[in-house]
Design a protein around this ligand. Structure first.
Ligand code: GDP
Ligand code: MG
Length: 230
């Protein structure tokens, strides 16, 4: 037990330090038909293991993780539909203010692939026009039962300006990559000025480190306005 507390205490400090250096916080969604493996993808990303059916009832609804992308610390706050998608009643409040999304289908089920257009319309309409979406063809490990080819899905992704990966929540292949690639694209868009983190509902918040950088020039700007008296 004492070993356990030592480990926790070290982790606590590392976590606190990371929080101080946090650059951004992004809200992420995981969307797609029921049964495509959304909860398993979230679980694999956070816990680095496959969520087997024995703890199926727990149903992850929310998870967060700090990742390092090109030297920047980003906290991802990830929302899972928590079963709402079964009743086609994923609410507006779920989508509101999301910066990124994993759009998931199952490579062994054409039905889940055919539903992608509807999910995409909802995401672009209810989240934000600028939401960065990565298409994930999940259950890559079940290649023998495949109903959707890689080529077909990558064409769909290209036509709809989505990034694309085939993933496996079972083996963990490409799971971390999917989240990281999506976060990297959002960061690139912030740096190029295409995305404005200060716009309401952008799904992006500054972390402590970015705020400290921002505060000083802001104050200077405010002062110069006062001095001019216009
Ligand atoms: P959700 O409804 O989209 O959240 O789907 P779940 O995460 O609950 O997964 C649905 C079913 O697919 C479960 O039985 C999982 O064990 C299974 N599953 C999820 N991901 C994978 C995967 O990558 N490979 C395989 N073989 N099965 C998976
Ligand atoms: Mg689920």
């Amino acid at each position: 037990i004492s070993d356990y507390w030592d480990v926790w205490n070290i982790h606590k400090h590392v976590y606190l330090l990371l929080f101080l250096f946090l650059d951004f916080l992004f809200k992420f969604l995981v969307i797609g038909n029921a049964g495509t493996g959304k909860s398993c993808l979230l679980h694999q990303f956070i816990e680095k293991k496959f969520k087997d059916d024995s703890n199926h009832t727990i149903g992850v609804e929310f998870g967060s993780k700090i990742i390092n992308v090109g030297g920047k610390y980003v906290k991802l706050q990830i929302w899972d539909t928590a079963g709402q998608e079964r009743f086609r009643s994923v609410t507006r409040s779920y989508y509101r203010g999301a910066a990124g999304a994993l759009l998931v289908y199952d490579i062994t089920s054409r039905e889940t692939y055919n539903a992608l257009t509807n999910w995409l319309t909802d995401a672009r309409m209810l989240a934000s026009q600028n939401i960065v979406i990565i298409l994930c063809g999940n259950k890559k490990d079940l290649d023998g039962d495949r109903e959707v080819t890689f080529l077909e899905a990558s064409r769909f992704a290209q036509e709809n300006e989505l990034m694309f990966l085939e993933t496996s929540a079972l083996t963990g292949e490409n799971v971390e990559e999917a989240f990281v690639q999506c976060a990297r694209k959002i960061l690139n868009k912030i740096e190029s000025g295409e995305l404005d983190p200060e716009r309401m509902g952008s799904g992006i918040q500054y972390g402590d480190a970015a705020l400290r950088q921002l505060r000083s020039p802001r104050r200077a700007q405010a002062q110069s306005v006062q001095e001019c008296g216009c």
